[in-house]
Design a protein around this ligand. Structure first.
Ligand SMILES: NC(=O)c1ccc[n+]([C@@H]2O[C@H](COP(=O)([O-])OP(=O)(O)OC[C@H]3O[C@@H](n4cnc5c(N)ncnc54)[C@H](OP(=O)(O)O)[C@@H]3O)[C@@H](O)[C@H]2O)c1
Length: 324
């Protein structure tokens, strides 16, 4: 691929997966991966000066204020990072003729009903984090930047705080039954699968570009849009915990505690969570031929890697964390 790819949030789950994947699959590629000190989302001037200094052809915007509960009381910071910053990135992309791929969330939806959300469904976030992410989508769409907005859900990876790692720790160290939320429905998504989809979309778009200097808006054309991009299939948090439990029994001969499914009302959190986070990813397949693997298969792949480093005998950290 020509030009530089600027990836934000490379200390996070998705950004680090993409950075690793690109280094592996495209070793000669120019990548700019700013730290927060080099490009702070809460400081528009630092965003502008960093983007101008590297003049990327693509911007992958995966950095965000992701502390869902803290966002309820820290709205200013959440909106600066999740709403204002994406708009600034998109304005800079317009000036450069660059493309922007921005990560967004299932939390833009209200969680009503049982049908999988399609991209054109009405949004109505239940919490401040979701509202700030929706404002970020709107800020990008208000510019003429060549953009792709990828709404994903329930992301996990080998690093960082995530539900799969938390369950791995709890199920391998506790003996009392674990009470896990069973009335929120959605699709766990592997950060590595997402990274692979992002790379696939950039490569597919470059194939359409008349030349390496042409603005990406031309190559992206009508494919520039919002896409839902999650693991295939659906489950609940209790179902996901069950997959981790089965892995420990089957591959590690352990006897983990039982999992008891409980309603969200038993697990009150400052930010309300949607009960229905099912996402319809048909548009992504129709326009890019990309479909993420079934969540069970990807969780198993992640667990194979995680168990080697995260099982308690190898010194797992003991702090409990919420799903996200
Ligand atoms: N995790 C999920 O379940 C989930 C679900 C749906 C959508 N998403 C979206 O997917 C994207 C990636 O999520 P993730 O799970 O990879 O997030 P993550 O692991 O929490 O990482 C967030 C990244 O953003 C960076 N960041 C936060 N505030 C910043 C600031 N003010 N300036 C610069 N960098 C900042 C963090 O850097 P530091 O290391 O410096 O803090 C970190 O690299 C986000 O847009 C998120 O909203 C995530």
């Amino acid at each position: 691929m020509p030009g530089t790819v600027l990836i934000t949030g490379t200390s996070g789950q998705v950004g680090s997966a993409l950075l690793g994947l690109m280094r592996e699959r495209a070793p000669g590629m120019q990548i700019a991966a700013p730290t927060r000190g080099e490009m702070d989302l809460e400081n528009a001037d630092s965003i502008r000066s960093y983007v101008r200094s590297v003049a990327p052809r693509w911007i992958v915007s995966s950095a965000a204020y992701t502390a869902v509960d803290a966002a309820e009381t820290d709205r200013e910071a959440a909106y600066a990072a999740n709403a204002t910053a994406p708009g600034v990135l998109a304005e800079e992309a317009v000036k450069l003729g660059a493309g922007i791929i921005h990560l967004s969330t299932d939390y833009v939806f209200p969680g009503t009903g049982t049908h999988p959300w399609v991209e054109t469904d009405a949004t109505a976030p239940l919490n401040a984090y979701g509202a700030s992410k929706l404002a970020g989508e709107q800020a990008i769409a208000a510019t003429s930047a060549a953009h792709i907005i990828l709404r994903t859900s329930w992301v996990y990876s080998g690093g960082g705080k995530n539900f799969v790692r938390t369950m791995l720790r709890l199920l391998s160290t506790k003996t009392a039954p674990l009470r896990v939320v069973a009335d929120q429905h959605g699709s766990p998504t592997s950060a590595l699968d997402l990274a692979s989809a992002i790379l696939g979309m950039m490569v597919a778009t470059e194939f359409e570009a008349p030349n390496t200097e042409a603005p990406l808006a031309e190559a992206l054309g009508s494919r520039g849009s919002i896409y839902h991009c999650t693991g295939t299939g659906e489950t609940t948090w209790a179902g996901l915990a069950g997959a981790v439990r089965e892995h420990l029994i089957r591959d590690h001969n352990m006897t983990p505690p039982e999992i008891i499914g409980v309603p969200s009302s038993e697990y009150p959190t400052p930010a309300a969570r949607p009960l229905n986070s099912r996402m319809d990813c048909t548009r992504l397949f129709a326009n890019f031929g990309i479909r993420l693997p079934h969540w069970r298969d990807s969780v198993e792949v992640a667990l194979q890697g995680l168990a080697a480093t995260d099982l308690p005998t190898k010194g797992l950290a003991t702090t409990a964390v919420a799903p996200r």
